[in-house]
Design a protein around this ligand. Sequence first.
Ligand SMILES: *Cc1c(COP(=O)(O)O)cnc(C)c1O
Length: 458
Amino acid sequence: MSNQPLRQLPAVHVLLTHPQLQTDHPHAQRVAAIRAELTELRQCIEQGVVPDGELTLDAIALRVRERLVRGERRGFRRVINATGIVLHTNLGRSVLAESAMHAAQSAGSGYLNLELDLETGKRSSRQAFLRELLRELTGAPSGTAVNNCAAATVIALRALASGKEVIVSRGQLIEIGGSFRIPDIMAVSGAVLREVGTTNITRLSDYETAINERTAALMLIHPSNYRLRGFTKSVPLADLVTLGRKHQLPVIDDCGSGALIDFAQFGLTGEPFIPERVQMGADLVLFSGDKLLGGPQAGVIVGRTDLVKQIECDPLMRAFRLDKMTLAALEATLKLYRDEATAMAQVPTLRMIGMTRQELRPRAEHVAAQLGGQVCEEVAYVGGGSIPDQALPGVVVALSADGIGEEELATRLRLGEPAVLARIKDGRVLLDVRTVWESQEEALVHAVRSALRQPARS
Ligand SMILES: *Cc1c(COP(=O)(O)O)cnc(C)c1O
C-alpha cells in the first residue's frame, strides 16, 4: 500500500489555525481532539478504508470540530424520565428533595462543623446528628450510615461474624443486581454462610438445628426484587428474634428499601416498615438511602448500641463512610420524615409513587393534545428492586410510530436534546407523565416533535 495518503495528513499546528477550529475550547482540548482525529484517520488509511476526498484540510478540520461538539455531549446529562419507573437505577434512582439538595450544596460549597462540636470546640463524630435522627425516626437505640446498603451488609457481617457462621434461608440467597449476591457478599465479609431450608420452605426448626458454637448471627434478607408464590414458608422476624434471644445470637434484618412510612396507604404491601422491624426486636436493621426512602445513595444501619459501635470500630468504616454532601442530604431527607405529611409532599419519590390516575390524567391529556398521541390507562412499577409484583395505576400518552417504527422512535428520543427515555409496548412508544415534572412537559413535547420529524439515521 502506498503511504502517500499518510503524508497528506496535515500537521497539528496547521489544523489549529484552521477557521473551523477557532472555537472557545481550551487550546489543550483542541489539540487533543486533533490528535485523536489524526490517529483515527491514520489507522483507517493503514487499513485502506478512507477515500481521498475526506482527507482535505477542510474535511479533517470539520471532523475535528464535530468531535469537539460530540465531546461536549458526553458525560452526565439531564434526561427526561418518561418511563414511569420512579426508582430507575440506570437513571440515578431517587430524585432528592429540594431541602436535601440545598443541604448538599451548602455542605459542598463551604466549611461546616462536620467533625467538630461547636459548643466545646472539641472533635466530634460526623454521625452524631444522624444517629439522633435515626433513633427518633425508627425507635432504634442507635444508628449509623455507610455508602450503600451493600456496604452496610458487608460491614455488619464482618464486624459481627468474621470467621463465624451466619444462618440464612435458601429462599433468601438473592441477587440484587450488579455483583450483589448474598453468598458473595458473605464471602468478602469473612463470614461463613450457613444455608438452611429449601428454596421455597424454611422453618424455624431449620435455623435452630443449624445453630452451633460457631454461629455468630441469624440473618433475614428481604427478597426485594422477586417474590415466592405458591407452596412457600418463611420464618417471620418475630420468631427468629425469639430464637436469637434464646441462643444469645443477634438477628440481622436486611430490609433493602427502607420504608419509613407505611406504603400500604398507596396500596403497596410487603415492604418491611423499618420502625416495625426495630420494634419486633431485630438487633440490626439495614436499608438503602436511595430506594423507597427517597434520599441519596447510602446504607443505613440501625439497632443495638453495642453492635453499632462494633461496626463503627471496624477498619472498613473509614473505607465505607459517607462524604459530607451525602451525609448532609441524608440528614435533610430524614428530617422531612419527622412529619409524615411533609415527607409525602416533599420527598419526590413518595410524591411520584402516590400520584393517582385522577392527578395524572389531565397532565397526560395536556401532553397528548400537543403531540396527537392517545391517552391510555397503563401501569408502572416502582423499580429499583422494590415492590416488583405490584403495579402503580397510571395514565400514559401512547405514540404510534407510523413509518418510523417504535424502536427507531425510542432511539431518536434517547439520542435527542434533551434525552427522553420512554417505554415501548405493543408497537407504540409510551410516555408516562408520572416521572416527568410539569416544568419538563414543554421540553418533552419539543423533543418528541423533533424526533418525529427527524429523517431516519443512516
Ligand atoms: C437493594 C438492596 C441491597 C443493596 O442496596 P444498595 O443501597 O443498592 O447497595 C441490599 N439488600 C437488599 C435486600 C436490597 O434490596
